[in-house]
Design a protein around this ligand. Structure first.
Ligand code: FMN
Length: 219
């Protein structure tokens, strides 16, 4: 967003974010770690799996796949996987995001520069579940960055053919809604039956997630 219009949009975003707050984006150094292996404490999603440890006993055809820089989206993803019995998988950036990378007050921070460049396609580590073959329903989660999906999510949706699948985007944010990002992702994917999706806050409860899922009309 190098233009005057871009600066104006950014100024409005900064102002509204200053009012509403970004919520959980003040990370600490440990926040960028990949999802831990499931344990009694960590996973409400015991019916599912984390990063490729596929539970062969499960006949789940649903995948919850997400990117989370500071852990908020991960928490929501775990609740969705728990409610649906889905497999759970974290998209891990090849180059992890440091706190400084995520500094939205700095115009030169990595995240801000990536969001300014609609052609940026940050890479992710190999995904070891077979999305195209094994899943008919895919929840796709991410944080909102500058009103949109992080560019790594563009890399992700452009890497797969979602034909014949039901796709449900979800996001977390300080206050911004999901609409611009879900529109972008659906267009960039070019395939799949995309439902309208939903935005959650860090404090969304498991009950609220269950109610949302029940209303989606999934089989
Ligand atoms: C670079 C950056 C830009 C952000 N831009 C927005 C924004 O435009 N609107 C908003 O409501 N929140 C914004 N946030 C806040 C995050 O969307 C929010 O903290 C989110 O829940 C973080 O999810 P995560 O912990 O899974 O990474 C931004 C955060 C970062 C780091």
């Amino acid at each position: 967003m190098g233009t005057a219009l871009g600066s104006l949009v950014k100024m409005i975003l900064v102002t509204s974010l200053a009012v509403f707050g970004f919520g959980g984006c003040t990370g600490s150094p440990g926040n960028n770690e990949p999802a831990p292996a499931p344990s009694a404490e960590t996973t409400e999603a015991e019916a599912g799996t984390v990063n490729g440890n596929v539970n062969d006993d499960s006949d789940s055809k649903t995948l919850v796949i997400y990117f989370s820089a500071t852990g908020t989206t991960r928490g929501i993803a775990e609740k969705i996987a728990s409610a649906t019995g889905a497999d759970l998988y974290e998209i891990v950036p090849k180059e992890p995001y440091s706190d400084e990378d995520l500094n939205y007050n700095n115009n030169d921070s990595r995240a801000t520069k990536e969001q300014d460049d609609k052609t940026a396609r940050p890479e992710f580590e190999d995904i070891t579940v077979d999305i195209e073959k094994d899943y008919s329903t895919v929840f796709i989660g991410y944080p909102i960055w500058w009103g949109e999906e992080p560019r790594i999510m563009d890399t992700f949706v452009e890497s797969y053919n979602f034909e014949g699948k039901t796709i449900i985007p979800f996001c977390t944010s300080g206050s911004s809604d999901i609409s611009a990002s879900s529109r972008n992702l659906e267009a960039k994917a070019g395939t799949g039956n995309w439902l309208s999706g939903s935005r959650f806050s860090a404090s969304t409860s498991a009950e609220e997630i269950k109610t949302w899922i029940a209303g989606l009309g999934l089989n």
